[in-house]
Design a protein around this ligand. Structure first.
Ligand SMILES: Nc1nc2c(ncn2[C@@H]2O[C@H](COP(=O)(O)OP(=O)(O)O)[C@@H](O)[C@H]2O)c(=O)[nH]1
Ligand SMILES: [Mg+2]
Length: 192
C-alpha cells in the first residue's frame, strides 16, 4: 500500500522481487545498488546465510524524482525462495504495491517457477489481494545460461494470456534489470 507523508511531501512504494530460490533476485538488487548514484540509494541491507542465500530478505530504499511536488521513494525487497521460508515470503509480501517475478529460465527450474508463482498467488490471497489490483512484471532471468526454455515456453508456463509485461534479463550483467524496475515503477505510480 503506497503511503503518503504530507508533512515531508513524500510518497513511498513497496516493490517485492519474488521467485524461486537462486533465480537472481538478490543479484538484481545488487546490480541496481551498484548502478545508481550515491544520493539515490540508501543502505542496502541483506540478511544472508553463510551460503549467501537470502535468509530473511534484502531491502534497498531508493529516492527517485518527484511528481506534483511529492518525492517518490521506492523500497525494494526480495524474498527467500527456499520452500521452508513460506511464512517469511508471506510477511515480505504484505502491503506490496508491485511485484517483479524473477523466473529462472533454466529448463530444470520449470516446476520451481510454477510452484513459486502459485505460492505467491496464495500468499496474496491470504491478504485479500490479487494480481487484478497489484501490478506484476516478469524478469525471465539467466538468459545467458545453457539449456534454457524459450521465451514462448516461459510465457505459456507463467503468463499464458500475456497479461503481464516481461523482460529477458541477465541479472549478473545487469541486462534488463533497470528496464524491469522502470516498468513496475510506472505501473505502481500510475495506480495513484
Ligand atoms: N549466469 C547467470 N547467473 C546468474 C544470473 N542471475 C543470478 N545468477 C547467479 O545465480 C545465483 C543465485 O543468485 P541470487 O541472486 O542469490 O538468487 P536469489 O535466491 O533469487 O536471491 C548466484 O550465483 C548468481 O550469481 C544470470 O542472469 N546469469
Ligand atoms: Mg536472495
Amino acid at each position: 500500500m503506497s503511503t503518503f507523508n504530507f508533512a515531508r511531501k513524500e510518497i513511498s512504494f513497496k516493490i517485492v522481487y519474488y521467485g524461486p530460490a537462486l533465480s537472481g533476485k538478490t543479484t538484481s538488487l545488487r546490480y541496481i545498488y551498484s548502478s545508481l548514484p550515491g544520493k539515490v540509494k540508501g543502505q542496502f541491507t541483506s540478511i544472508a546465510t553463510e551460503t549467501e542465500r537470502t535468509l530473511f530478505f534484502d531491502f534497498l530504499p531508493l529516492e527517485l524524482g518527484s511528481i506534483k511536488g511529492f518525492k517518490i521513494r521506492l523500497s525494494l525487497y526480495t524474498v527467500p525462495g527456499q520452500f521452508i521460508y513460506k511464512l517469511t515470503r508471506k510477511s515480505v509480501l504484505r502491503s506490496t504495491d508491485g511485484i517483479i517475478f524473477v523466473a529462472d529460465s533454466q529448463r530444470r527450474k520449470k516446476e520451481e517457477n510454477i510452484y513459486s508463482f502459485n505460492d505467491m498467488l496464495e500468499n496474496l490471497e491470504e491478504y485479500g489481494e490479487s494480481l487484478s489490483t497489484i501490478p506484476l512484471i516478469f524478469q525471465y532471468n539467466k538468459r545467458d545460461m545453457e539449456d534454457i526454455m524459450s521465451v514462448e515456453e516461459l510465457q505459456n508456463t507463467l503468463n499464458p494470456e500475456n497479461k503481464y509485461t516481461y523482460f529477458e534479463t541477465i541479472a549478473l550483467e545487469g541486462k534488463g534489470v533497470l528496464d524491469a524496475l522502470k516498468a513496475i515503477t510506472k505501473l505502481v505510480v500510475a495506480k495513484i
